[in-house]
Ligand binder design. Structure first.
Ligand code: 48H
Length: 259
């Protein structure tokens, strides 16, 4: 057994995939539930999809369940997506289903990768690319460790026809666009409107409508959609994240085919 062969296998295999990922149809920022579901549905339909996740692990807020109780709740429509993925649920009461947060997130991640999405963890999207047509045309990347250590290291880039902001409450990509390009988002104020206080019913109802192309070439999905468009948070009910991810995949596919 040769240590250097192991090291070369890792390096070569990673770099081959990373080089491939630098020219994608869709680049997703954030590997929480909404980003993973978006990646899964796109990859399953043959769309070249790459997802960048800042943390060591994917999952965003899902593994933490509700206040660290690692169970999550779904309504009927959300449960139907879990059924698609083969995630087991238990009926708590009519219309309320409980799932294991770890089973759910690991299944979403595995399904996205097996469908063909490329996922890179430990990488942060720190900016977007915009050329003369004014559309978002890709993402600017750096190792998360670089920003954590506050090192001055220039980034690399990945081109894509569509970018999805699935960065959760912080809606980082939309904030960047406003900072760099101005208040030109398709929202009531042109900026990031901001998330409202907890109201599960309204938050879950509005999240799918809020999943839109918020700027040319940029879709907002998941919790970021409610934060950007100004809808409430909803607590540890996760159906809306899955439904939003599925809608984001459909929108992205429509943008790619000119539909
Ligand atoms: C790369 C980044 C960057 C960046 C952040 O927070 P998430 O789980 O987001 P969603 O929308 O898929 O799910 C939201 C859900 O988890 C939640 O928070 C709910 C339901 N809250 C309700 C409530 O009331 O509180 O995942 C976002 C992911 C995270 O893993 C981040 O690390 C990652 O995005 N991320 N990745 N580049 N610039 N910013």
């Amino acid at each position: 057994m040769d240590e250097v062969t192991i090291s070369r296998a890792i390096t070569e295999s990673f770099l081959r995939d990373f080089m491939e990922a630098m020219d994608a149809d869709v680049a997703i920022a954030g590997g929480g539930p909404s980003g993973l579901v978006t990646a899964y549905y796109l990859a399953k339909r043959g769309v070249k999809t790459v997802l960048f996740e800042r943390s060591l692990r994917v999952g965003g807020g899902m593994p933490g369940g509700g206040m660290m109780f690692n169970r999550i709740v779904f309504q009927q429509e959300g449960k139907e997506i879990l059924d698609d993925f083969g995630v087991r649920t238990k009926t708590y009461q009519k219309g309320y289903y409980v799932a294991d947060a770890l089973e759910t997130i690991s299944t979403l991640c595995s399904a996205a990768i097996k469908a063909g999405a490329r996922i890179f963890n430990l990488m942060s999207v720190e900016d977007v690319m915009v050329h003369e047509d004014g559309k978002i045309s890709g993402v600017v990347l750096n190792w998360s460790a670089v920003s954590l250590a506050k090192l001055h290291v220039d980034p690399l880039t990945a081109r894509s026809k569509v970018v999805v902001d699935a960065t959760g409450h912080d809606s980082e990509i939309c904030h960047m666009v406003v900072k760099k390009i101005g208040k030109n988002l398709r929202t009531s104020s042109g900026g990031v409107v901001g998330e409202g206080p907890m109201w599960a019913e309204k938050g879950e109802r509005e999240i799918v409508d809020n999943t839109v192309e918020v700027y040319p070439g940029l879709i907002v999905a998941g919790m970021a959609a409610n934060a950007v468009l100004g809808s409430p948070r909803m607590g540890a009910i996760f159906g809306g994240m899955l439904l939003s991810g599925r809608k984001a995949a459909g929108l992205a596919q429509g943008m790619l085919t000119g539909g």
